[in-house]
Design a protein around this ligand. Structure first.
Ligand code: AMP
Ligand code: GLY
Length: 423
């Protein structure tokens, strides 16, 4: 099987690593890929937001399967374009990807299918939105409807903070068209976990849960990021919680999307609040998480190419349940100084090979490049993900930081407390 993998982050390097180990793959093409992925497949410089260019590439390369890493090409309809030319795609249609690209769609969908989530109301009108706050209790949760690169959610402790967040979206258009509609929802108490399942549009196959660290600095301080680290398993995500999540959230989502004529095929990433009365949906994403995926590929022991092909072709019911390595995996993200606001690129990174040589360690690359001098340099915000597996979470954390310490990169930083909640 020849596979085209779309994307260039740590998540995609991890997927490339998993696919390259598959006995059923003959060739891996990556678009656009990164230097880490270039060691596993052939990289072609088509950007991951160029849905038409990617579909053309898939046809030209005669691939059997396209695996889509990030959300942007999904929302732009890459799966629909591939379907039109008869190429299997792991990743949902644009209509099904609305589970991620429209929070208003997803909230109304949850209401239609009795999926547990916070109470909410949808607004396009500033005066009505502000008036609604008067009937709710703080903290208020204000969300831009569309894709806002993880920056579209404000948790406002006071009415005036909430008013300001409403103004930013609806009056100042801080998120452009993505914020012309907002969702105001009730604050959910509890601990968060990310749960991943696969679907082919009909069958839902549970994978595993992980917990990530969204804030930039130690102690969950600093600005929100795409994710600074993750670990799996998530202690609070017990078998009972998983059973409830499948029955109350994942299965009704897959069945509901099929019933509404937008079958969801791909990775369903349920962002959950584990509340005292069970799991509640915070948000759905239509793809794997980054850096959660870097822990998934290490713990989920399966032929990833065969599994993703089964999901892309409606045959997930025939796929054997993947074996899960019980050992914990920790992922520490190393980001360029200045991330998330203004990451400084171009700094030289040494020692990845030494780190990689440690037992239980895999280093995945994200925003990296190799210049003509042959040196690895930072080329984006999140640059490396150092993953480690060991018999205990504490040992995995220790091993991951031993590897981090072997990486000689003054231009980068990482959190030193990944996994603290579970330790
Ligand atoms: P989202 O992009 O919808 O996942 O929101 C980003 C983050 O905001 C989540 O990971 C939560 O930490 C927080 N959040 C979102 N909605 C809620 C809610 N209703 N109650 C509490 N925290 C929330
Ligand atoms: N780490 C969270 C995400 O991928 O959205």
């Amino acid at each position: 099987m020849k596979i085209l993998l779309i994307g260039s982050g740590g998540r995609e390097h991890a997927l490339a690593w998993a696919l390259a180990r598959s006995p059923t793959i003959s060739e891996l093409v990556c678009a656009p890929g990164n230097p880490g992925m270039a060691a596993l497949g052939r990289c072609v410089p088509v950007k991951s937001d160029d849905a038409a260019g990617l579909a053309l590439l898939a046809v030209r390369e005669r691939v059997d399967l396209v695996v889509v890493g990030p959300e942007a090409p999904l929302a732009a309809g890459i799966a629909d374009k591939l379907k039109a030319v008869g190429i299997a795609c792991f990743g949902p249609s644009a209509a099904a990807a609305e589970l991620e690209s429209s929070k208003a769609f997803t909230k109304d969908f949850c209401r239609r299918h009795a999926i547990p989530t916070a109470d909410y109301k949808i607004f396009t009108d500033l005066i009505r939105a502000k008036a609604y706050l008067g009937s709710r209790e703080p903290p208020f949760v204000i969300k831009a409807d569309g894709l806002a690169a993880g920056k579209g959610v404000v948790i406002a402790a006071t009415r005036s903070e909430a008013d300001a967040a409403i103004d930013e979206a609806l009056f100042y258009k801080k998120f452009g068209s993505a914020g012309e509609t907002i969702v105001i929802e009730d604050f959910l108490p509890g601990e968060e976990a990310s749960f991943f399942a696969l679907s082919d549009g009909k069958t839902a196959l549970p994978l595993i849960a992980a917990q990530d660290h969204k804030r930039a600095y130690d102690g969950d301080k600093g600005p929100n990021t795409g994710g600074m680290g993750a670990y799996s398993p998530a202690k609070i995500f017990t078998q009972a919680v998983q059973t409830a999540t499948m029955a109350q959230i994942v299965e009704p989502t897959i069945a509901g999307m099929a019933a509404e004529g937008r079958p969801f095929a791909g990775a369903l990433f349920a962002g959950l609040m584990i509340s005292p009365d069970g799991p509640k949906l915070i948000e759905h994403n239509a793809r794997f998480g980054d850096p959660e995926c870097q822990t998934l590929v290490r713990r989920v022991q399966t032929d990833w190419a065969a599994l993703l092909f089964a999901a892309a072709t409606g045959r997930l019911h025939e796929a054997p349940a993947p074996a899960i390595d019980p050992r914990p995996c920790v992922a520490v993200v190393m980001a360029a100084q200045g991330y998330p606001e203004t990451p400084l690129t171009g700094s030289i990174i040494r020692g990845v090979g030494q780190a990689q040589a440690l037992e239980g360690v895999e280093v995945f690359q994200g925003g990296t490049r190799i210049d003509e001098d042959g040196l690895l340099r930072a080329a984006g915000g999140r640059v490396l993900t150092v993953t480690a597996m060991a018999d205990t979470l504490a040992a995995a954390v220790q091993r991951a930081y031993e590897a981090v310490d072997l990486i000689d990169w003054p231009g980068g930083f990482c959190r030193r407390d990944i996994g603290w909640r579970a330790l």
